[in-house]
Design a protein around this ligand. Structure first.
Ligand code: MG
Length: 260
């Protein structure tokens, strides 16, 4: 069942979304060659707790960390570790926070140092896929319109769309109905209604779409070892169209200082 949100609930989700969006912006800004992915995790957890929120991922189905840290051929759900990021890596950071009972969920892929053109293009196209998905989040459209927008753009560039993991409804829980595939047919699937809130998250591979999970039980990698990129926003369907709750509109530094 898809849980529609009231105006008041969307207001709370906006607060959670803005928090997690600011955290992700700060993380993006701090990533550089030589930094470990665990340092990024620890910074995220600190910022989330300092804001009076909880890192939603931590303990979720037993996931042990506050962010998912997925480097290069890792698609999603990578464990932060002592791995030192190096120039040429693409690093996907996924972060969630629960604030006053509501969850915000957002992800980005960062180019570390100097990155090859083919990887940079993969990152850019994946972000474009997310933006195209967001544009489809209007009352009266169908879920298939979202998937179709992502799939046509990604495949049009010669990339493949991960099928094994999908976007999702979000609210008091991180994963609510519906599942939101990044592939589909226009006009198909459930109708999108005002008050729905979705976590849209295209996962796009340079090579084939096939993935497997490592022995840690979490880290998802491409079977062919080719890189993968991932972008995510939490988006509310409003009367005026899509509102991206995790998109930060105010300067980050200012906001964090005033919150301190
Ligand atoms: Mg998500």
């Amino acid at each position: 069942m898809i849980i529609g949100k009231s105006q008041r609930e969307i207001e709370k989700m906006r607060a959670a979304g803005q928090l997690v969006g600011r955290v992700l912006q700060q993380l993006r800004a701090m990533v550089e060659p030589g930094m470990t992915t665990m340092e990024v995790n620890d910074a995220a957890e600190q910022m989330i707790r300092d804001a009076g929120a909880y890192p939603t991922f931590k303990g979720y189905n037993g996931f042990p960390y506050s962010i998912c840290a997925s480097v290069n051929e890792q698609v999603v759900h990578g464990f932060p570790s002592g791995y030192k990021l190096k120039g040429g890596d693409i690093f996907s950071i996924d972060v969630g926070a629960t604030l006053e009972g509501f969850v915000g969920d957002t992800a980005t892929t960062v180019a570390v140092g100097k990155v090859s053109d083919d990887r940079l293009k993969l990152v850019r196209v994946t972000e474009e896929c997310l933006n195209l998905a967001i544009e489809q989040c209007c009352a009266g459209n169908h879920l298939g319109d979202i998937g179709f927008a992502v799939q046509s753009h990604a495949e049009g560039q010669g990339y493949s769309v991960v099928r094994d993991y999908v976007g999702h409804g979000i609210g008091r829980r991180m994963h609510e109905d519906p599942q939101i595939p990044n592939y589909g047919k226009p006009g198909k699937g459930p109708k999108i209604k005002k008050g729905y809130v979705f976590a849209l998250e295209p996962m796009i591979n340079l090579g084939s779409l096939h993935t497997k999970t490592l022995n840690d039980g979490w880290t998802v990698v491409t079977v062919d070892g080719q890189p993968s990129a991932h972008f995510e926003h939490t988006v509310a369907v409003t009367e005026e169209g899509p509102e991206v709750l995790t998109l930060v509109r105010t300067p980050v530094r200012e906001k964090l200082v005033s919150a301190a």
